[in-house]
Design a protein. Sequence first.
Length: 348
Amino acid sequence: MSTAEPLLEVEDLTTTFSTDDGELMAVDGIDFSVDSGETVCIVGESGSGKTVATESITRIVKSPPGHVEGSVRFKGQDLLEMSEPELRDIRGYEIAHIFQNPQEAMNHCYTVGWQIMEALQIHRDVSNEEARAKAVDLLDKVGIANASSRFDDHPHEFSGGQKQRVMIAMALVGDPDLLIADEPTTALDVTVQAQILRLLDDLQEEFDMGILFVTHDLGVVAEIADRIIVMYAGKVMERGGVLDIFDHPAHPYTQQLLNCLPDIGGNTGGIPGKLPDPHDPPDGCRFAARCDHTIDACRTGQQPEEVEVNPGQKASCVYYRPAHDDSVIRDGIQNTEPDTTEVGSADD
Ligand SMILES: Nc1ncnc2c1ncn2[C@@H]1O[C@H](COP(=O)(O)OP(=O)(O)OP(=O)(O)O)[C@@H](O)[C@H]1O
Ligand code: NI
């Protein structure tokens, strides 16, 4: 599945916004890659920079336009060096996006079939008959029953789940190599969500697409990810294979995120505290202020270099540096239970 060169290779990606309060660092020098046929999930709390990171790839960051730096190599070409017209040939065609709210991405005045045809004909010089046949075929592929008779229906005649299927059909018009999906199932109920995830999985196999999937729902991640990138406050905290991350999360942030999963008996209220101010990120580890294990070394210098903690799994945490005791963190899932002995003997 994986080739020598990844399908997408992002290096030192940095996206900033000029705001009234000064420069805002949404994404701060992150690296990641996606191979063909592979699903990489970016996870992290709201405001971590997941959406900005993925929208920076094809420079569709919503206004005010973010300032994007670094390199984004896609099939060997650097997208950040491309002109807008060059990028337009790739966007929506070789790299397609789907979003949380299909409602917003559709035009309510036109039939869904017409909209898919339109998307097709932007990129390909095909006759109306061919475009119509292809659109029906795509609707069928994404599981819209009686596709040819639904062709002339308007968006409001489709349920939420069906609308997301139509959006996926639209994303497939260019036979994309990379699908970027930003919380595509968040607005859907659990049953429909599972159907859409299964659909994406089937389509991935059929089209051999790489999928970059953004979500804060770790239940969804467990369903679909091959690899996980954990983001926090514009930085990557941890990365690794899905089984490694779920089995032995190395970064205290990842451990806390997993502890919030309801089905492992966690605290569903989320991690106490909030993200640092993106206008003025703290020194050291961005998570230090909310971490149970913070020591002085966590509050100085840069975000720690990522250290390989297991083959293919890396964490950006000072405890994995030489001369630090990582056993404090390694069993963190269990260790995050309140330590009653200490509470009992505390004198303040
Ligand atoms: N156009 C913009 N202008 C200014 N700041 C922005 C803009 N878009 C995003 N941000 C800021 O960038 C940071 C990262 O936002 P982003 O939307 O990428 O987070 P996210 O991880 O996708 O969160 P969520 O899970 O809520 O979607 C946040 O601090 C956000 O307020
Ligand atoms: Ni987002």
